[in-house]
Write a protein that binds this ligand. Sequence first.
Ligand SMILES: *[C@@H]1O[C@H](CO)[C@@H](O)[C@H](O)[C@H]1NC(C)=O
Length: 280
Amino acid sequence: MLRSQFSLSLLSAFGLFSLACGAHRGPFEVSKEDVDVEGYVCGGDQGAVVYYPSNSDNPSPLISFAHGYKAGGDKVDPSYKTLLEGVASWGYVIIALKSAPSDFCWQETDDQIRSMEWIKTSKFADIIDYGKKTGLLGHSMGGAATHLSANNADVVTAYNIGAAVALHPVYVAGSSKVPILYGTGSNDTVVPPSSVKPQYDATQGVAKVYANIEGATHFEPNTVPPNRWTDYTKAFFDCHLSDSEEGCDVIFGSGENSLCSGEVAMTECIFDGAPSSQDN
Ligand SMILES: *[C@@H]1O[C@H](CO)[C@@H](O)[C@H](O)[C@H]1NC(C)=O
C-alpha cells in the first residue's frame, strides 16, 4: 500500500516535471519503417522513413517531411527522430524522404510531393485519415521545399494540403496558399531570422505565424535537446488539420502553454489571421 502510494506520487511528480519541460510525447507508441519509394528527382537514396502511431484505433492525418542540407539518406532518422516521433506520437503519419543525402537540392519540393503521391497507394493508406487535410513540414533546405510546396496552388488542391510548418527555412519568395508557421531562432547563423521574417511578411491571405525562439540555433529541430518546436508543430497541425480548439489556443492564444506568451522565451513572436475563435 505504502509502496504503491509512493510510486504513485513519484509518477505524478515525474508527470509534472515532464509537463514543465514540455510534454514532447503524445499518447501513442510510434513505429517507423524504411520504405522504397523511387521516383524522387533529387538524387541518391530513393527511400523514405514512415513514422506512425502503432496503437491507435483511428486513422491519422498525413504529414510529408523534408530534411535539411546534408541530413538526407541514413541521416534522416538520427537527425530528426525526436521531432518526427514526437509529432507522430500525437496521432500523425509522417513520411520523411531520404533523397539528396548530401547535396543542396532545390527540387526537394517535388520529392516532398512525391512522398504524398507514393503513400496514397501504399499499405500505409489504410492508417491515414484522408477525410482530413494533409500537412507539410520541413527544416532548412526542407523548409524551403515546404514553402515552395505550400506556394503551389495546384499541389495544395491535388493533395488537399491544409497547413505548413517551415522551421529555419532557407529563403523562398512568394506566399503560402495555406496557414503557415515560420520558426527561427535568434542564434541561427546559418539561416538568420532576418531572412525568415521577409517570408512571413510576404505571406498573404492565410493564417501566418512567425516565431523566433530566443537563443535557438539552426539545429533546434534536430535530435539535440531541448527540441522546442515539437509541441508547437503538433499544435499547429492540430489547429489546422483537425480544427482542434486546444491546438489553436496554443498557437494563437495567450495562455501559459502558448507559443507567443508561454514559457519558451521568444525574441519575436507574431501572427496574423488567426482562426475566428482566437480573435480577441
Ligand atoms: C547566443 O549567442 C550569444 C551571442 O553570440 C551567446 O552569448 C549565447 O550564449 C548564445 N546562446 C545560446 C543558447 O547558444
